[in-house]
Design a protein around this ligand. Structure first.
Ligand code: AAL
Length: 385
């Protein structure tokens, strides 16, 4: 209902702007009368595809259109912002035992990152080098209490000995699984070409047990995901684990980010990559959540479809649903139905994302967690939706 009226109003307003003035004062008041001539006027390519090609994705009556509001979190200290403490790449937010939980990459090092040439066993190369996975809890989503390390770097040569970063959380049959990037060399050298490892726990508070194995391998030589598997983002769909991940064509060198899916029947795998991978051609970190029958994702800063929100009714074939701006970086939304195998995803309204203090080199400073709010939830009161 709402959509039909708004599209109709958009038609009237746009055509009124381009219609020749009739000289009649009464037609200048809204709503403008549209003449037959204006209605049948030839359209430019841009206006033709806006009205006739497909539904205009930027029309802000689309349920997957939103803007984002950011709020500083209380309770997390950054040592004055000197680059020695960094928190980034949060998981989805879970609600457990009456509290919200979030896990993230945390680096606490004697200096700020010094780049691949300046790093040592204790001096980080990039912002996510020499990191562990920590977690924090909150009663309201704004004030957070850091609880400590969830998954530390394991001893050499186990996967992740150099750094464990960028976790994704899964709750499956009462247990918790953290998937993460397992660095075996410093970031900025060849460390970023890392695969994904996993740890599991019976409680959100741990203790966590490392499976001590790679669960999602890099792709074969020549494949789009040959060099890295990053940003694991697990969901439950059709009784299986659908884990979305990021990789990049042509690393090293020209980085073109895409997202793929790895699917498993059980959390420790084996994971099989979807034959249509990659399934999203833009974006950066993975933020995917159930929406209605399908899945929606945020395509943030990179690629030709950046700053879009996309939807795939079959969870695989994503289409642009909305174009927006200032999308949250590395967003970990609160998704109550992420693991319920829902057929009617409700969408999201808030979560935790990050901002990097760029300085002269974005990889070499520090990152802070922040709260974002949005309206990407179903319009439940609208009978036509
Ligand atoms: C982030 C993520 C991954 C990368 C690095 C840390 O934006 O995409 O986690 O490896 O940057």
């Amino acid at each position: 209902m709402k959509k039909t009226i708004l599209l109709g109003m958009a038609w009237i307003a746009v055509l009124a702007c381009v219609s020749p003035s009739s000289g009649d004062e009464s037609t200048k008041a809204f709503p403008y009368a549209v003449t037959e001539e204006a209605r049948n006027r030839e359209l430019s390519a841009a206006m033709d595809r806006t009205f006739n090609g497909h539904e205009a994705p930027h029309i802000n009556d689309n349920e997957l259109y939103t803007q984002f509001k950011y709020t500083k979190l209380e309770g997390l200290d950054y040592n004055g912002g000197d680059g020695t403490v960094s928190r980034r790449d949060p998981t989805k937010v879970l609600f457990e035992k009456g509290k919200y939980y979030v896990w993230y990459t945390k680096r606490e090092t004697p200096t700020k990152p010094m780049g691949p040439m300046g790093c040592t066993e204790t001096i980080p190369s990039t912002d996510w080098d020499l990191s562990d996975l920590w977690y924090a809890t909150s009663e309201d989503g704004f004030h957070w209490e850091e609880q400590g390390v969830a998954v530390p770097r394991p001893p050499k040569p186990e996967p992740g000995w150099r750094s464990v970063t960028t976790p994704g959380i899964l709750k499956w049959k009462g247990k918790f699984y953290l998937y993460y990037q397992a660095f075996m060399e410093a970031s900025g050298k060849r460390g970023d070409y890392c695969p994904v490892a996993v740890s599991w726990a019976d409680s959100a508070d741990g203790p966590w047990t490392a499976a001590n194995k790679i669960v999602i391998e890099n792709g074969a030589e020549g494949e789009w995901d040959q060099f890295s598997i990053h940003d694991p983002c697990p969901l439950v769909h059709d009784g299986q684990i659908f884990l979305y991940y990021k990789s990049a064509f042509n690393r090293p060198g020209n980085v073109w980010i895409c997202h793929g899916i790895a699917i498993a029947d059980t959390p420790l795998g084996p994971f099989n990559k979807h034959p249509l991978n990659p399934v999203v051609n833009s974006g950066h970190e993975t933020t995917v959540f159930p929406f209605k029958k399908g899945a929606a994702c945020l395509a943030i800063r990179d690629g030709q479809e950046h700053f879009t929100i996309q939807y795939a009714e079959d969870w695989v074939n994503f289409q642009i649903a909305a174009i927006t701006e200032l999308l949250p970086t590395a967003a970990g939304p609160f998704v109550p139905d992420a693991f319920t195998d829902t057929k009617d995803g409700r969408g999201i309204t808030w979560g935790i994302s990050h901002f990097t203090n760029a300085g002269n080199d974005w990889k070499r400073n520090h990152t802070v967690l922040t709260r974002f709010d949005c309206d990407l939830s179903q319009d439940v009161d609208d009978p036509e939706m």
